[in-house]
Design a protein around this ligand. Structure first.
Ligand SMILES: *Cc1c(COP(=O)(O)O)cnc(C)c1O
Length: 365
């Protein structure tokens, strides 16, 4: 049985951290995924030793052998979550336990060792505490955390690797969209699929993203913002975007989202919004929805709003959907009322300005 009590890890402070004035300048306009904090959290795994050598250390490039297994067979998984400033100057994570669970499930699908939830959580907490001055202030700003794990063994044989590295890096992020999310236009891929039954669609692995990029590039080439994928079997039912789940809002006030079932990533934002909607008495269906139905309901006015959701952009209204032989608008093309209300509810809980009835907010300090 693996010892999960190695929570007193090494801490090596950065000898030359970014100066306070430079950090303030970076935090004034961080963008997304471009600037990084001073430290990183690391733990190693080997078949012989299990999880060992946990540490928080200066962020620095890794040395990778050219025969490192991940470079060849792509055993890599990741997570994305945020640390938020609270009104009293403290900070909190949102549902990190759910990320820990999903990370372990992704690991199993990729034949990697699941990281115990306590280690997942404590390494993140240690990093955020070390880099606490990097959590930006202001509406929509947060410290984006990127835990990831990859096969680090030097070996070209095809089998699950015997060595892994789990690392957490942190990147200050501004409001993903300044002044509220603008609506996006989706391109419906009728050629590329994201995930097939029995595949890795429910795992958060880099390979899924690699496979989606050509479809995303096609969407951009068609003048759209994002690609929406249909199911791989019938090429009919809406699944999700490359990195966000989708919801539909109807004239009777009910909402619907495609059911999980192995080909859709089980989003924590998705699940949180389902819970908040049900708390508010909204009827929520997790049922398949075809592209023909979406088009017909948008035309008849039965469908009032649609939105995409995920940790990075939170809630993004969908204003228009295009495909090879169709092009339709949703509602008036702008953000809908229920979409806005759900976004507001979720972000208020995350920032500690609304009650947290489900215990989702995990205070760091
Ligand atoms: C991460 C991700 C999501 C959103 O998940 P959240 O937990 O809400 O951030 C949706 N789809 C895909 C493919 C993803 O990788």
């Amino acid at each position: 049985m693996q010892d999960t009590s190695i929570l007193d890890f090494e801490f090596e402070a950065h000898a030359n951290p970014v100066a306070e004035t430079d950090r303030a300048a970076l935090l004034a306009n961080p963008g997304f995924g471009k600037i990084f904090t001073d430290h990183m959290a690391v733990i190693r795994y080997s078949v012989d030793k299990g999880w060992h050598d946990a540490r928080v250390q200066p962020r620095a490039p890794l040395q990778i052998d050219p025969a490192c297994a991940v470079l060849h067979y792509a055993q890599e998984i990741f997570e994305g979550l945020k640390a938020y400033r609270l009104p009293d100057g403290g900070a909190a994570l949102f549902r990190a336990d759910a990320n820990a669970r999903r990370f372990a499930e992704s690991a199993e699908r990729l034949a990697m060792p699941p990281l115990p939830a306590a280690l997942f959580r404590e390494l993140i907490r240690a990093l955020v505490r070390a880099d606490r001055d990097w959590i930006p202030e202001g509406d929509g700003a947060s410290l984006y955390l990127r835990p990831f794990m990859f096969a680090s063994e030097t070996f070209l044989g095809v089998r699950p690797a015997h060595e892994y590295l789990y690392i957490v890096i942190a990147s200050p992020a501004g409001a993903y969209f300044k002044g509220g999310a603008p609506s996006v236009t989706l391109w419906t891929s009728d050629h590329y699929t994201r995930a097939a039954p029995g595949g890795t669609g429910a795992a958060k692995c880099g390979g899924n993203y690699a496979a989606s990029l050509v479809a995303q590039a096609e969407a951009i080439e068609k003048g759209c913002d994002q690609v929406v994928f249909l199911d791989a079997v019938e090429n009919r039912f809406v699944e999700e975007l490359g990195g966000m789940n989708v919801f539909f809002v109807f004239e009777d006030g009910s909402i619907q989202t495609p059911p999980l079932g192995g080909t859709i990533l089980p989003g924590i934002t998705r699940e949180s919004l389902i819970t908040l909607a049900r708390d508010a008495g909204v009827s929520v269906r997790e049922e398949r929805y075809s592209m023909e139905q979406w088009q017909a309901d948008a035309a008849s006015g039965k469908l009032r709003e649609a939105f995409a959701c995920g940790t990075a952009a939170v809630v993004t209204p969908i204003g228009r959907v295009r495909g090879r032989d169709f092009d339709f608008a949703i509602g008036n093309g702008g953000p809908g009322m229920l979409t806005e209300k759900l976004r507001e509810q979720l972000t208020s809980i995350q920032r500690g300005t609304a009650a947290d009835p489900h215990g989702w907010v995990d205070r760091l300090f």
